[in-house]
Design a protein around this ligand. Structure first.
Ligand SMILES: [Zn+2]
Length: 90
C-alpha cells in the first residue's frame, strides 16, 4: 500500500507518453490518467492509458497489491487467455 496516492485525469496530453501499465504509447492529445504516489519510500509519477485504468477499476485488488511496469498488460493477456479457455470448455 502506498503512503501517498494521487491521480487525475488528463483530457488532452501535450506530448507523447508511455503507459506504465501496458508500455503502450499514449499519443499527443489523448485522454489518459496521471498517477503520482509514494511507494516504499520512492516517489513515482506515471501515465496510464484508459484501457489500463479501466482494468484497475474492474480489478481493485490488482491496484491494491501494487504492480510494476507492464504488469497490467500481462494481466490483461492472462485474463483474455483464461476467457478463451473457458469458451472452449463450454
Ligand atoms: Zn496502458
Amino acid at each position: 500500500m502506498s503512503d501517498f496516492y494521487n491521480e487525475r485525469q488528463v483530457k488532452k496530453t501535450k506530448k507523447n507518453h508511455r503507459c506504465f501499465g501496458c508500455r503502450g504509447k499514449i499519443p499527443t492529445g489523448s485522454n489518459c490518467f496521471y498517477i503520482a504516489g509514494v511507494y516504499e519510500g520512492n516517489f513515482g509519477a506515471e501515465y496510464l492509458c484508459i484501457k489500463c485504468k479501466d482494468f484497475l477499476v474492474k480489478n481493485p485488488e490488482f491496484a491494491r497489491d501494487g504492480y510494476g511496469e507492464g504488469d497490467i498488460r500481462d494481466a490483461m493477456l492472462e485474463d483474455e487467455e483464461w476467457r478463451k479457455q473457458r469458451e472452449k470448455m463450454l
